[in-house]
Write a protein that binds this ligand. Sequence first.
Ligand code: SAM
Ligand code: SF4
Length: 318
Amino acid sequence: MTGHTVDYLRLSVTDRCNFRCSYCMPPEGVEFKSHEEILTYEDMIFFVRVAVQVGISKIRLTGGEPLVRKDLSDLVKQLSAIEGVNDISLTTNGVLLPRFAGALRDAGLRRVNISIDSLDPVRFRTLTRGGSLADALAGVDAAFEHGLLPVKVNAVMLPELLQEVSAFAEFTRVRPVHVRFIEWMPVGSCGPSDAESVLSKDRLMKEFAAIGPLEQVGSPGGWGPARYFRLPGHAGTVGFISSMSDHFCGDCNRLRLTADGRLKSCLFSGDEVEVLRLLRQRDEAGTLEAVRRSLEGKTFDKNRVREMNSRGMSQIGG
Ligand code: SAM
Ligand code: SF4
């Protein structure tokens, strides 16, 4: 491991999801873990108390779909009470946000990223295998209404996105949202099989630049791997995360804890350090040792990007 700080934990609270996005899950879904195999909130709190000792201060809740886990605001409240935790955010498909945004905000959630891969209701339904675009957009409204700011929208760069460049540009013209286009990553066994058909950041940026001059702006919220641009007069911005074409392994500041209690220091690596048993035993020294071991395995090596990883994003916590 190089000397730089790993201060960001992606905490997956469930492997379950109310969508089955075509690039994330197979059509038949994935076999969910049983209740007993999944960390309890108490296990997660114990883990975070240990992780702050090695410098973790920012936590992003993810999944699966984190909002399908019962009483998520209780977890947020307990996490925000931990000394050393100074930022709690959430990545969600948004459809349950209208129901939970207020309670989450009151519990200490700061902001959300909402995944919306298409602004076309039919394509959205096909991509998510049954999801409603109107419900996801209601999630965006709820995030604004409850001050979960800045509101970021994530869209995976699938080739069909090229037909929606003007729709996304219009979305950022009228709303102060920050749409981040993320290069599709070959994690798990779903999504495009032909690497050539994958859309790159450069190709997509060219399409946006054809709409108007792109002015580079700072990152809303201050940090992260995206580069952001504003089209003239637009309320929001477009950002590009080139996880594949520009490797940013050298800047990676993140650690992941999966819902079934395994640590992953690199999304692209199959290496996992099992901590479920240590957490259940509330073994502080053992957990600390496991975190250190996982971080030591973090190579910041761009060549690992194509290493095979059998678990999909919904199981890892993308
Ligand atoms: N269900 C929530 C959601 O969709 O936002 C949280 C979990 S999801 C696994 C987290 C993020 O990973 C989403 O923005 C999703 O689009 C992204 N994602 C899933 N599979 C991906 C892949 N193969 N490449 C790039 N991003 C991916
Ligand atoms: Fe579920 Fe998110 Fe994966 Fe879509 S991307 S299937 S919403 S976990």
